[in-house]
Design a binder for this molecule. Sequence first.
Ligand code: MG
Length: 384
Amino acid sequence: MGALAPCAVQASNSRGRQIPEAPPAYRSEWQRDRDRIIHSAAFRRLEYKTQVFVNHEGDMFRTRLTHSLEVAQIARTIARALSLNEDLTEAIALAHDLGHTPFGHAGQHALNACMAPFGGFEHNLQSLRVVDELEQRYAAFPGLNLGYETREGILKHCNRRNALALGEVAERFLQGRQPSLEAQVAHLSDDIAYNNHDVDDGLRSGLLVLEQLLEMRLFRRHFDAVRLRYASLPERRVVHEVIRRMINEQVSDLIETTRSALADSGAQSLEEVRAAPGPLVSFTPEMRAGQSELKAFLRTELYDHYRVRRMSMKSARVLRALFELFMDDSGLLPPQTRERIAALDDRAAGESARARAVADYLAGMTDRYALAEYERLYSPGALP
Ligand code: MG
């Protein structure tokens, strides 16, 4: 990395790790965080978790893993252009979906409903649980013992009750303060990545058609420009070129808008970034409007498409059924999960400890593992 901006996260202003460790010999602290994330079991399982399309629907669609890689790649470009801590931004981006349930948002909704009497389920919070507690790989500490700024970035949202329980890492939600610029970059890179790749996957699946997209301002402008310049290009290549240009435009817009917002704010330190009245990383209002239009379109036309809803309904049913079964009889759970219930029992009342351990178990499943588990437990012919 070149010289960092004064308000970037760096060794001199970092709050460090919960359990202090000797500095790495050849890497930055944040490269070490990134490496721990990549070596985690939760990261590998992202390969078989739904983004929009259930994993077995086709090999060409995004999964949570390829989504996370796209977010990281976009976030690194932005961080580097703004002289921010690129390693930290990358670590946050790669970890941001570690706590996601199988079956995408349908899975999150279903598990949240099951967990309603026990404090709910929120995938952001779960991502933090994964890196703080659930990964068991190091002799000296539970979890990955990531740096404060990486953990703060992973916790994108948090309600008041959870913030009170979490302490320092969530204090900004109680104090109305901002996270680091690196976290802000990772958060908006997530939006850029999924808006664009969902257009691509939506068209590829046939659930969206080109004519619908031409109603979207962001898409239309680039489509017309590409068609004008390359009149005979096959449609699939036109679509890729349009998406490439949309990503490029959004990234450039974010970099330029943030550059001037930073200059206008006069922020010269991380502390001033945190104390700012709102996030300093942002798009122009015009770009925001275009993105909102696209987001609303994707919601009604893709995420709520009847074929997506059919997949969602089935997956929600699988998770609900497994949750109920394990709550009724924890003797059906594998030994490690039963041990976790016993461990959690010291901290929470019996039933809610069991619910949390069951939620951790279910959230950690890949799509296909959850389906196989359902089959094993509910199908009369399947081996247990
Ligand atoms: Mg994401």
